[in-house]
Write a protein that binds this ligand. Structure first.
Ligand code: ADP
Ligand code: MG
Length: 459
């Protein structure tokens, strides 16, 4: 039996005795890294999981492993270690040396972020790695204050555009609190995950376990709470979870792409709770901060790029930090691959091809909106700009006008002009109609959420 098979068998046993939510929360991305002389080491993705497994599940894990390993498993230890991406599911034979990591390909940035996106904290998202500038200093200070003295600002609500460090700050709070007290129960979830887990729990008659998990935390981090719109059951559950935690002075931190009041289709009683504590925003960093961020990322990645190159990249990529980082990664990868030293010239050339080659993308444009909505409703973009008033076209058209106003802050005359040279009154009508319909129409809210998700995940 390999370590992989051993762990799978033990997980099979554990799964039977745990709720689905608990099982996925605590055993996702775990594996056995070594098993020698009756001593197994279980690798887990973060310190929080480690503390939790040691405290709550150690006996069950030991028993499950002893059941399957038969021949003399005596001890189980836990270690924080990310799963190697290559040859992931093979595992090492028991007693053999652990898979040689130096030869294995490094875990891809994206994959790694993906793997740790839901329940666990990404080790890179700490306060130490967060660069403070004018546009995020308040959010940073509030996050730090909350981590140091939970319950002081409760909830902390961080909002701002995509790629500006909201997730990073949320997770930094989690890391900091665990660092100060390893017994702190922290849970980081995306709103989507919270919703899915809840629906799943209800469907499988495990709502109580779901509640127990969430209501016994010291710190609950919910990312992108704007996606909770329109999901009544989930809103109800969130409301009660919120109250339970808040009443016992447990810290709640939420992020969103917009302030609470601007989240459509969310109950008033929730909006008011979201505003109880502290609201802070993050916006795009200024040039100086962008250079500082690039410098810090270079250090992290052990890449050497001249100050001149970094200034150039910082001035070329202005929209958000994710894009800035993505551009830097491509520059590094490109030069490593070609095995040449980066020069201002080579970087310039690369960045210019990236901007029109679909690599890094500029801020949202009306065209992005048009294309996304057209593909969502499966109608040709050109028809949306045309005169035809059939509902299958007029409805998506109104949605585009609504979104241009909401997401791009465009003026009504310019919206009319872009959408096939229409009058500004048409744009006003479209906007008010969709805004009013949103109050009533669950399906419409759902559509808009999905469209926004597509827009921002492509951006
Ligand atoms: P958001 O959740 O707001 O969309 P993220 O937190 O995912 O954004 O940030 C996107 C990327 O940019 C992450 O890799 C994050 O580490 C990085 N980042 C954002 N802001 C900063 C900052 N001030 N300092 C260092 N890195 C940052
Ligand atoms: Mg985020």
């Amino acid at each position: 039996m390999t370590t992989h098979e051993l762990w799978q068998a033990a997980l099979g046993e554990l799964e039977l005795s745990l709720s689905k939510a608990n099982y996925t929360t605590w055993f996702r991305n775990t594996f056995i890294s070594t098993f020698e002389d009756g001593r197994a080491v279980v690798s887990v993705p973060n310190t929080f999981t480690k503390a939790w497994l040691e405290k709550k599940y150690h006996a069950a894990i030991l028993k499950a492993l002893q059941n399957v390993a038969k021949d003399g498993l005596r001890e189980v230890h836990y270690k924080v270690e990310l799963k190697p991406s290559v040859p992931q599911d093979i595992g090492t034979p028991i007693g053999a040396a652990p898979a040689a990591t130096p030869g294995a390909a490094p875990v891809q940035e994206d994959e790694q972020a993906e793997a740790t996106k839901d329940f666990s904290l990404n080790p890179r998202y700490t306060f130490e790695n967060f660069i403070v500038g004018k546009t995020n200093e308040l959010a940073h200070a509030a996050a730090l204050a909350v981590a140091e003295k939970p319950g002081r600002y409760n909830p902390l609500f961080i909002y701002g555009g995509v790629g500006l460090g909201k997730t990073h700050l949320l997770q930094a709070i989690g890391h900091k609190m665990v660092e100060m007290n390893s017994r702190t129960k922290v849970l980081y979830v995306t709103c989507e995950r919270f919703t899915n887990e809840f629906i799943h729990a209800v469907r499988n008659g495990r709502a109580k376990e779901f509640k127990d998990t969430y209501r016994n935390l010291d710190l609950l981090l919910i990312d992108d709470i704007q996606f909770i719109t329109g999901k009544e059951g989930t809103q109800e559950e969130f409301f009660h979870t919120f109250n339970a935690l808040h009443q016992s002075n447990k810290q709640i931190v939420l992020s969103s792409d917009r302030p609470p009041k601007a989240i459509q289709g969310i109950e008033q009683r929730i909006v008011s709770r979201l505003e109880w504590g502290m609201l802070v925003d993050v916006s795009a960093p200024d040039l100086e901060t962008r250079v500082a961020i690039l410098e810090s990322k270079c250090k992290e990645k052990h890449a050497e790029l001249s100050r001149e190159i970094l200034s150039y990249v910082a001035s070329a990529v202005q929209s958000n930090v994710r894009e800035l980082e993505g551009t830097l990664n491509k520059i590094i990868a490109y030069h490593q691959f070609k095995n040449v030293k980066a020069t201002l010239e080579s970087v310039r050339e690369l960045v210019s091809t990236m901007n029109n080659g679909g690599g890094a993308k500029k801020n949202l444009t009306p065209k992005d909106l048009l294309d996304t909505v057209a593909s969502y409703f499966d109608v040709p973009t050109a028809d949306l700009l045309g005169k035809c008033r059939e509902k299958r076209l007029s409805f998506p058209r109104q949605i585009i006008m609504y979104l241009m106003r909401e997401e791009l802050n465009s003026s009504y005359p310019s919206i009319g002009k872009i959408i096939g040279g229409r009058d500004h009154t048409t744009a006003i009508h479209a906007y008010t109609k969709i805004a009013a319909d949103l109050q009533e129409d669950e399906k419409l809210r759902h559509d808009l959420n999905l469209i926004r998700q597509r827009l921002y995940s492509a951006a």
